[in-house]
Design a protein around this ligand. Sequence first.
Ligand SMILES: Nc1ncnc2c1ncn2[C@@H]1O[C@H](COP(=O)(O)OP(=O)(O)OP(=O)(O)O)[C@@H](O)[C@H]1O
Ligand SMILES: [Mg+2]
Length: 351
Amino acid sequence: MLFGSNKLVALDIGTSSIKLVEVEQSGRKVSLTAFGFIPTPPGCLNGGEITNPVALAEAVKTLVGQTKTKRKKASTAAWGTVIITKRISIPRIEEHLLGDQLKWEAEQYIPFDINEINLQYEILRNVNTNPEQMNVLLVAAKKDYILKYAEVIETAGLTCSVLDVAGFALGNCFEANYGKISGKVNILLNIGAGVTNFVVVENGEVTFSRDIPVGGTTFTNDIQKIMGITTDEAESLKISAGTGEPVPQEVTEAIQQTNEVVAEEIRRSFDFYMATATDVAIEKVYVTGGGLGIPGLYEQIQSILNTQVENLNPFLNVSYNRSVFTKEYIAQISPYASIGLGLALRMANDS
Ligand SMILES: Nc1ncnc2c1ncn2[C@@H]1O[C@H](COP(=O)(O)OP(=O)(O)OP(=O)(O)O)[C@@H](O)[C@H]1O
Ligand SMILES: [Mg+2]
């Protein structure tokens, strides 16, 4: 590129906060150059659907101002239960013909009107066993739903150069830190506020992604209902419990109950995947996201999935300037940074 810069600023737009991540890349070395976050104004997002793009854009603009990033090109990710991924196996054809063929066939796999959806596909090169077949992962969502994310970025005064899907950004973060692990299946869980991104990485490729509608908000709502208090009060009691401050017994019990419900939802996606896919054994489940602050959730997931669980470290392979960021700060932001980091590592004009 002769003019301008290909460097991206990543914006992970979540229900509870917006995260900004900026990295510098040279060869295979990655270093963190900026991180920031700002609370999402209430009522802007509902399960991933953007309901107030103007207020969201205002928050993005404030965040960009706070972090003083000079970059003008952004990467961001859409998410939500309405984004569908589907793995299909079709007779092998030449790759340049695949796009057109899928357009014709998509309706048989995806329950949307083809004219209203954005359809992306990924050829799964590493999971093929039969040479006459090809495995393809379809990713589909309504165009207007996805494009609202780009609209927020553009209204905030940036160019939206990469519009990703959150689960795939999470997969990208995993690959950058842990490499392409061949012959293995790993599950990634990002427990946010509105959803838990559930991602399967098989032989270094994302082969499944689904947003499960449970997360930190599920706990807040349950505490609110049981105690008969406001959402704000319930949220703050939940955080108190998460930071080890004393809370009423009812709160502890509500959290324990919801832990079981949330872990059960995750198990259902896990079982769904196991039933449809692979004969390769699950190696590990990597967990991340602000929801990990909830006491007992990690242990509940571990016991219900009966698999080795580990915290995903988005900075495992990412260095940072020690005079700008302390080790403590990096540890503190780690659960929030995974999707943003995966987005920061995309290249401009990827999609
Ligand atoms: N110490 C804590 N104890 C309990 N819960 C916490 C703690 N810290 C954060 N959370 C919860 O984590 C959630 C925020 O996590 P995160 O930033 O990953 O979500 P998000 O990206 O905004 O949401 P989503 O991706 O679902 O839209 C909130 O529900 C918040 O209440
Ligand atoms: Mg999130």
